[in-house]
Design a protein around this ligand. Sequence first.
Ligand code: HEC
Ligand code: HEC
Length: 371
Amino acid sequence: MKMTFGTVLAGAVLIVITVVFMTVGVSTLTFQPLPSNAARPLTDQEERGRQIYMGNGCVYCHTQYVRPQDWNAAGGAKASRVAQAGDYVFQKTMLLGTERTGPDLSQEGGIHPDDWHRAHFTNPRYVSPNSIMPQFSFIQGRELDDLIAYVQSLGGKAADARVAQLKATQDTVMKAWNTSYEDHLAQIKSMVPPSWKDLKSAVPPTTRSLLHGKQIFTTNCIGCHGQYGDSRGPASPFMKPDPANFTRPELQLAASDGQYYQYLLFGLPGTSMPAWGDYLTVQDIWDVINFLRTIPKGGLVVPDDQLTPALMLQNDPVYGKGAPGGYQGPEPSNSDKILDDPYCDEKIFPDVSVLPGGVRPADCQVGTGSK
Ligand code: HEC
Ligand code: HEC
């Protein structure tokens, strides 16, 4: 055959078609996985939600698969199982995604209650304060219900089991909530292991601890609990039970430090209170608990230099009586004392009369403040 341009072109096209068929066509025709034990078809409502998911570019930032090296999933949950081909058999358009700007959502169903999602889609920063996810407040009404139904279906039958458990816990919580606030407190207390119920703070309530606790509270908690700790954050209208009110001393002292630790570490199942164990360290949690105890006496409104352990409820002559006061654990370490307070330093402030109150702070290290 003569090697004309036409024959070469035809040959090249044939080779391309063969290669494409061998790699794409043959595998599509022969790879027909059976549904996995978690796969199920979507309901009509969930399918409508999936269309909204596609239409709003959620897939640009979220993946839907768990790899063997992934150790955690959305919402701080454990990556329970590695994705299998059979998980996807009922999907027409694949939404695997490539970019994890946000967490993987393949097991998102049943991690958070609907309340949380409602607040989160309206403004992600209400519930995830440093979030860079855009607001989807324009998705409302039935569309929002559909999108939430879809998100709650992610994970298939495994998600259904989590959602069922979440709803059951929510029912128990709401039953107590609708009876009285005391019943609610007793009900959430029943989730705490006995050995934690009388636990005192393990971190000394020093000025450092309180200031750090305040910082954690204002960056993570005010979206729900409110900037005055009064439960009126912008996310609170979406939630039942309401976020806890920290301004009332008698309610605060109804729970020990150990109880608060449990609620922060694991969250409060059946409510929108998330688990903070993956975001905050042990010390962060104790610091914020120490700080919570100052809120009824103005911890959130006094200037930072007046935020002292004297504001803690445990030190209050009325409420402090019989309260689980003090702390357990070692003496404050040096990092808990303010060693380099400039007011202590004679070189920086030689003239005592310019200092607040005209005296050096009482806790200056002896000898010198300078190092
Ligand atoms: C610009 C990237 C971006 C886009 C677009 C985006 N997200 Fe997110 N998403 C994030 C980030 C970052 C987080 C983690 C912080 C947070 O919780 O808001 C997140 C968190 C989430 C969570 C909570 C996961 C958890 O349990 O902690 C859900 C659910 C979610 N996104 C759903 C969606 C849906 C549905 C859409 C589309 C309507 C969407 N996201 C669009 C970035 C994005
Ligand atoms: C997404 C909203 C949300 C965020 C963010 C949130 N909480 Fe909560 N929190 C709740 C809800 C809802 C409750 C349940 C109300 C209750 O038990 O009275 C709750 C309950 C609590 C309780 C139990 C109080 C009690 O009733 O005895 C503590 C302690 C607490 N939150 C501390 C925090 C701290 C500290 C942060 C920040 C690190 C935080 N929460 C962030 C929603 C939230």
